[in-house]
Design a protein around this ligand. Structure first.
Ligand SMILES: NC(=O)C1=CN([C@@H]2O[C@H](COP(=O)(O)OP(=O)(O)OC[C@H]3O[C@@H](n4cnc5c(N)ncnc54)[C@H](O)[C@@H]3O)[C@@H](O)[C@H]2O)C=CC1
Ligand SMILES: O=C(O)C(=O)COP(=O)(O)O
Length: 528
């Protein structure tokens, strides 16, 4: 098997060694593709690796008919249409830790350059002007830095600002007064921060909620002479509002690494002498580029080779130790979902998953996704995967509920999956038996012991002499060998079930004949 990997933005050559070393990976590096060219070529590739420049739009994703994974060698994924990727079952991974330090250092460099007019003074000197009067700066010491977004980078910037003896006030929806105290920063609302700060730096992702977070109204609340730093994303600050606030004298200066439209060669803001800028260089260090490329390459290799990823963006990430405990159940629960898909009549409306025993104390989201995947796969085919299973269930209108109980009826862990359709409720339970592997141990209210694999036949019948024999004879005439069989009954002469493991699929005509046999109520082939 060969995987075709397209790298469409410049990545560190040293950093992509995990891809180069992996067997069966064909790497194509094309960093100057136009969107049209990318659209024409993307269908050839299993993986796409980008930084911030390639716009991975819905159109590109839809043309990526072989795409399985998109790797972002960096943090921000605002250049990737995540809903489109999720809908098509394409996993998106990023490298969130690798460039924190570089981005924080760049922010501090911009803050200090801004305070002391270093770029402007250098520019004057280059133009043979020895000008000391025009470039009188301000000290950072004892000034207040307002940090909007106290995540990885924001917290690093705050720590460095304290080293400059600044006071730091921060706002982040996930910040608590206790956490703020621990980090040695003052806790505030966004209003507190923008009103108190002499310098404001933003470190949020670009989201619907953060677009133009710093807008005309926000500038009006700020101190006169405030200075602004943006090394996060263009668009968090409204560029028109910033321009006006500088022209009107409200804002004394701005240091910008990122812009609403990138790349550009001329920009209205750069016509202002108070604005200094870099072309999105926050993560551009040798160190950061190597780490982010290594991280994302590892995830791409691992994913395509069937392993787990460290930094999923459109799937919740699960700690390694938890994953090790739940992963053995992935196949079992997918089979339970698939079993019900064949067993239950009608369209699923509700899926209830009951986790009992040890599993009840664990993160079970990935297991639930596998149950949904199993349920949907037999109808929708291989296009269903972990990434889009929940999305597809939502779209179809299947309500998925998880239930947990530590009581497990004698099993270490027991999983029961129940499906409700318009006409019936059916359920199946499975477990992992020590040394024996996966077993289905209950179907509806009947106890069984079946390996969830291959071709099964589930029959409901009346507990009468001869019923089992008639089924065996009919299967024999159809040339179907029985490999294993379980029977169960509610009471003598009452409702009963047969669960057969057979060597091939029973065709529709065979099913009809089975249903026509005396004492047989129903027969359902289940292919796992
Ligand atoms: N200029 C550059 O080259 C680089 C830019 N970045 C940008 O910096 C951003 C932040 O990166 P990290 O610190 O690693 O991410 P992070 O996820 O650790 O931190 C982001 C923080 O923003 C907070 N946040 C979310 N919504 C908010 C809101 N409405 N108001 C205030 N805070 C809010 C979050 O709670 C989180 O704590 C990235 O999303 C990326 O866009 C990152 C690396 C390099
Ligand atoms: O990691 C991020 O979010 C960045 O903005 C870095 O962007 P880049 O990879 O340098 O294009």
């Amino acid at each position: 098997m060969t995987y075709n990997i397209l790298i469409s933005d410049p990545l560190s050559e040293d950093g992509i060694y995990p891809l180069r070393q992996a067997e069966g990976f064909n790497i194509v590096i094309e960093t100057n593709l136009t969107p049209e060219e990318l659209g024409e070529r993307i269908g050839e590739f299993d993986a796409l690796l980008v930084r911030s420049q390639t716009q991975v739009t819905r159109e590109i994703i839809e043309k990526g008919t072989n795409l399985k994974i998109i790797g972002r060698a960096g943090v921000g994924v605002d250049n990737i249409d995540l809903p489109a990727a999720t809908e098509r079952g394409i996993i998106v991974v990023n490298a969130p830790d690798g460039n924190t330090n570089s981005a924080a250092e760049h922010t501090v460099a911009m803050l200090m350059s801004l305070a002391r007019n270093i770029p402007q003074a250098f520019h004057a000197l280059k133009n043979q002007k020895w000008d000391r009067k025009s470039f009188i700066g301000v000290e950072l010491k004892n000034k207040t830095l307002g940090v909007v977004g106290l995540g990885r980078i924001g917290a690093e910037v705050a720590a460095r600002a304290k080293g400059q003896r600044m006071n730091v006030i921060a706002y982040d929806p996930f910040l608590t007064p206790e956490k703020a105290e621990k980090l040695g920063v003052q806790f505030g609302t966004i209003d507190d921060v923008i009103r108190a700060a002499d310098f404001i730096t933003v470190h949020t992702p670009l989201l619907k909620e953060t677009r133009h977070l710093i807008n005309k109204e926000a500038f009006e609340k700020m101190k006169d002479g405030v200075q602004i730093v943006n090394c996060a994303r263009g668009g968090i600050i409204d560029e028109d509002a910033l321009y006006n606030a500088i022209v009107e004298g409200k804002v004394a200066g701005a240091a910008l690494d990122v812009f609403e439209e990138e790349p550009f060669l001329d920009h209205k803001l750069l016509t202002l002498p108070q604005v200094i800028a870099t072309p999105h260089l926050g993560a551009s260090t040798v160190e950061a580029q190597e780490i982010v490329a290594v991280d994302v390459s590892h995830d791409v290799v691992s994913f395509l080779q069937g392993g787990v990823v460290k930094n999923p963006v459109n799937l919740p990430s699960v700690p390694k130790d938890v994953m090790a405990k739940i992963e053995p159940y992935f196949n079992l629960i997918e089979k339970l979902g698939a079993f019900l898909s064949d067993l239950a009549e009608g369209v699923a409306e509700e899926l209830n998953i009951y986790y009992s025993g040890e599993l009840a104390n664990m993160t079970v989201g990935p297991l639930t996704r596998n149950a949904v995947k199993g349920l949907l796969k037999s109808k929708l085919g291989e296009s269903v995967n972990d990434v889009n299973a929940k999305f597809l269930a939502d779209r179809i209108g299947i309500v998925v509920n998880e239930h947990k109980t530590t009581k497990s009826k004698g099993f270490t862990s027991l999983i029961t999956v129940e499906v409700k359709t318009a006409t019936e409720t059916r359920k199946v339970s499975g477990t992992l038996l020590n040394g024996l592997g996966a077993r289905i141990v209950r179907v509806d209210d009947f106890v069984v012991d079946v390996v969830p694999e291959g071709y099964l036949l589930f029959i409901r019948h009346k507990d009468q002499p001869g019923a089992i024999g008639r089924v065996g004879t009919l299967l024999a005439t159809e040339g179907i060998n029985i490999a294993g069989m379980q029977v169960g009954r509610s009471e003598v002469g009452g409702d009963a079930i047969m669960m057969l493991s057979i060597d091939k699929h029973v065709e529709e005509t065979g099913v009809e004949q089975l249903k026509g046999l005396a004492d047989i109520y129903d027969a359902t082939p289940i292919d796992l």
